[in-house]
Ligand binder design. Structure first.
Ligand code: AVJ
Ligand code: FE
Length: 429
């Protein structure tokens, strides 16, 4: 058992590092050091930060070993320097950052060989600290993928196109009643997903698929960006201040909408979920459509509640981990798949693509569940509760399966749209 866990962790660490290497070896030195947007870190900061978090938790804390580079902790502490200020720091250069992360990894593999997964030590029980660090690296890989999307210049990433879609329309009724939200049993679930607790959710309708580009373009064509009726007060103020008039990366051409994707310009695919919209745009679209965004509890009930058994599943399709047939995850494709591309990933009631493709904005702010305790550090979740954040659910095409499940909670400022964010609508029944 213990040996299986060790092997599974080693495989996850290696698979994840291959993705980090792909994202950082794809560009030249100058592109690693440069800041592609004030919203993002230089890629070389993410790289060394990945190594530094791994050192802090797995080498020093779990392993009880001496520091590799205590002198750089401050540079790679995300709370000490805002993203826009990071290029001016005396960062490790690309070669140093690669050597540092590799040195840390060697030590971690040694720690992993010797560690006892002692159930009375919560940090290592079930390999939690290793799972947390795998997820941390995958989260930064998704952030680096968003940096690649913002980067100018010739394309460096490629991937096969997603599978074809099929028509999925309409709404699914989710009946009133209690369901279990959050988890006590998912071994690598992070603190904000815990504890499991019953929530009584009134009946509601939820869209069977995420909002598509075609639907979103109809909102633009109907003057949705010019009518404050559809926008919240602060959403409208932001729409004016930032001059929003279409999703980020869209371009209007003589023959319709195009978008820039990882350095290539492509026609906007009508049946793919819209991506790169902020919360305010999602909210305005929903109001224009006569609907609203789902609450976080509604989203999770649609994704996990099995009406036949009353149980909450790990994923919409059941308890099995994601396979390629279930969901568009893990950067296998460089964009969302058209709706209907993953019938095997639908929920028991027929809600499609809750997992993968695009992160889905929900109407809830980022708050702790009843009984929350910060673990293992306050800075992962707790310091963000009660702030100006909205929750996003379900993961995107750029989210790895290790950092995505029915209970996983992401959050960001409601104005952010450089992330792979879309939405689906709901309404009261
Ligand atoms: C959970 C995605 C909001 O990237 O800011 C990475 C994850 N926390 N390093 C982020 C995270 C610390 C976090 N999000
Ligand atoms: Fe981080």
């Amino acid at each position: 058992m213990t040996q299986d866990l060790r092997l599974a962790i080693a495989a996850e660490l290696e698979r994840t590092r291959a993705r980090t290497t792909l994202l950082t070896d794809a560009v030249d030195e100058d592109d690693l050091i440069r800041q592609h947007s004030p919203l993002m870190s230089p890629l070389v900061w993410d790289l060394a930060h990945i190594g530094n978090q791994e050192e802090l938790w797995l080498v020093r804390d779990v392993g009880g070993r001496d520091p590799v580079r205590r002198d750089i902790d401050e540079l790679y502490d995300a709370f000490k320097h805002a993203r826009r200020d990071r290029p001016a720091l005396p960062l490790l250069n690309p070669a140093e950052a690669r050597t540092y992360t590799a040195t840390v990894r060697d030590k971690v593999l040694d720690v992993l060989d010797r560690v006892r997964f002692d159930p009375s030590r919560r940090l290592v029980d079930d390999g939690f600290a290793f799972g947390m660090i795998v997820q941390h690296e995958q989260q930064h890989d998704e952030t680096m993928l968003a940096t690649h999307q913002l980067r100018a210049g010739t394309p460096v990433l490629s991937a096969p196109p997603p599978p074809p879609g099929r028509e999925i329309t309409g709404e699914i009724l989710i009946k009133a009643g209690k369901f279990v939200m959050g988890t006590d049993t998912e071994p690598w679930a992070l603190d904000n997903e815990r504890p499991a607790h019953a929530v009584d959710v009134p009946a509601f309708w939820i869209d069977a698929a995420p909002t598509t580009n075609e639907q979103y373009a109809a909102f633009i064509d109907a003057g949705g960006y010019d009518d404050p009726r559809w926008w919240s007060e602060c959403g409208w103020a932001y729409r004016i201040r930032a001059g929003l008039e279409k999703p980020l990366h869209w371009l209007r051409d003589h023959d319709g909408w195009h978008c820039r994707r990882f350095g290539r310009v492509e026609p906007v695919h009508p049946h793919e979920p819209v991506v790169h919209v902020c919360y305010h745009e999602a909210e305005a679209y929903a109001a224009w459509a006569g609907k609203r965004l789902p609450t976080e509890a509604e989203w999770e009930k649609a994704a996990r509640h099995d009406p036949a058994t009353g149980r909450s599943r790990r994923y919409p399709w059941g308890d099995d981990p994601p396979e390629a047939r279930h969901a568009n995850l893990g950067q296998r494709h460089l964009g969302p798949a058209p709706v209907g591309a993953y019938p095997d990933g639908a929920s028991p009631l027929g809600v499609h693509q809750l997992i993968g493709d695009v992160w889905e904005w929900v109407s809830s702010g980022f708050e702790p569940y009843p009984g929350f305790t910060a673990f293992p550090y306050r800075e992962y979740s707790e310091v963000f509760f009660g702030g100006d954040y909205r929750v996003l659910r379900g993961g995107s095409f750029g989210t790895d399966a290790a950092a995505c499940r029915g209970t996983f909670r992401n959050w960001d400022h409601p104005i952010r749209r450089q992330i792979f964010s879309g939405f689906r609508c709901a309404r009261a029944a």
